[in-house]
Design a protein around this ligand. Structure first.
Ligand code: SAM
Length: 350
């Protein structure tokens, strides 16, 4: 873990190679590189639209085709070299480039380390007609460095009232919402107790009881089994635990609704809450988060807010100015990425 937050105001390939020489490892990477859109992204004094009508160039996104993929491949390889074995990698990309970049990711990080292709809903529905459907999504490719070991703290989300009602359509005599689920599961248990008859009932063909007979008796005694008119038992699942006021929650899925900020300080600035989810899910307190296409620095600010170390890089002067201003506003100290002198290496590695 580095001692400080670091920022490298230059080409990230140079910065990544320096990280490698410094032997600093990264626990979580989030990047949102240019998407080969053939646009210049402009910035005004304190305001940026994705492609603003006026202002200076914040960054140019005009490298395309094989040259674009070659440049990205080099950087993904350099990223791979600095990732910790339990690390996670999130690459944000648009729908036109996602399949090309996914092949690069398979090549560099390994197809077996692919975890998700997350659909991110980025904006409101668009009301134009270009002989195609409105594009309101982009993609975040999520890979791990190793197939098994991974930092993983999924952030549950509260269910809406409509979801609670849809998923728990029944109401008991105390007014509590619930649903029922089968008491048996696929697969035959030949010798174990879950394959035996319970109260004279065998599990249906090809299935076994989810619980041994004694546990089924206990559930029934606790009123947690609903019996149909034809004598079919099902497990009761309440929306809320008995006596709990807490809203039921659900595990996050691979479609995320995180629209980009309306008043961005930098073109293509990403949603803070989306970055917060990624950081909380895929890193621990004190871990090192890298964004080497930092833009507005939003990922760096979120990492700091959540008690992680950050390493940022960006070669655009306007980006560097925005990041510096935002770090100053939040009183966040950040050192330039050091050169790997022998004295420095001893100071960090002992
Ligand atoms: C899409 S923007 C990132 C926006 C950022 N995710 C945010 O939320 O503000 C891409 C950024 O990558 C930077 N960039 C592009 N190529 C780079 C390179 N080779 N080295 C460092 N930064 C680079 C650009 O200057 C630009 O700021």
């Amino acid at each position: 873990m580095p001692q400080h937050h670091y920022f490298h105001p230059g080409d990230n390939l140079e910065g990544l190679r320096r990280l490698d020489r410094l032997r600093i490892t990264v626990d979580l990477l989030y990047i949102d590189p240019p998407f080969a859109t053939n646009n210049d992204f402009l910035i005004d004094t304190d305001r940026a639209n994705s492609v603003s009508a006026s202002g200076k160039v914040a960054y140019s996104d005009k490298t395309r085709g094989a040259a674009y993929l070659d440049e990205l491949r080099l950087r993904l390889r350099a990223i791979h070299n600095v990732m910790s074995p339990t690390g996670s990698v999130y690459v944000h990309i648009d729908v036109k480039m996602e399949h090309h970049v996914r092949l690069l990711m398979d090549d560099v990080f390994g197809a077996r380390n692919f975890r998700n292709s997350i659909t991110r809903i980025k904006c409101n529905p668009k009301n134009f007609n270009r002989y195609s459907y409105g594009n309101i999504k982009d993609t975040i490719l999520f890979y791990s460095v190793s197939p098994a070991r991974i930092t993983w703290h999924p952030q549950k989300e509260p269910m809406s009232e409509a979801e609670i009602e849809r998923l728990h359509p029944l109401i008991d005599s105390d007014g509590r919402r619930y649903t029922t689920t089968p008491l048996h599961a696929p697969g035959v248990t030949v010798d174990g107790p879950t394959g035996q008859a319970w109260r004279g009932m065998s599990p249906p063909p090809g299935r076994h009881w989810r619980y041994p007979p004694q546990k089924l008796d206990e559930l029934d005694a606790q009123g947690m089994i609903a019996w149909s008119a034809t004598g079919n038992p099902r497990k009761i699942r309440y929306a809320r635990e008995s006596g709990s006021e807490e809203a039921p929650s659900k595990l996050p899925q691979d479609v995320w609704l995180y629209k980009d900020p309306q008043r961005a300080v930098y073109p293509t600035q990403k949603n803070d809450k989306m970055l917060e989810r990624i950081i909380l899910t895929s890193s621990n307190h004190g871990d090192t988060v890298l964004d080497c296409y930092a833009g507005s620095g939003s990922a760096l600010l979120q990492a700091h807010k959540l008690g992680r170390r950050f390493i940022g890089m960006d070669n655009s002067q306007p980006a560097q100015q925005v990041i510096q201003r935002r770090l100053q506003n939040h009183k966040i100290n950040c050192a330039p990425l050091p050169h790997p002198s022998p004295a420095f290496l001893t100071s960090i590695n002992g």
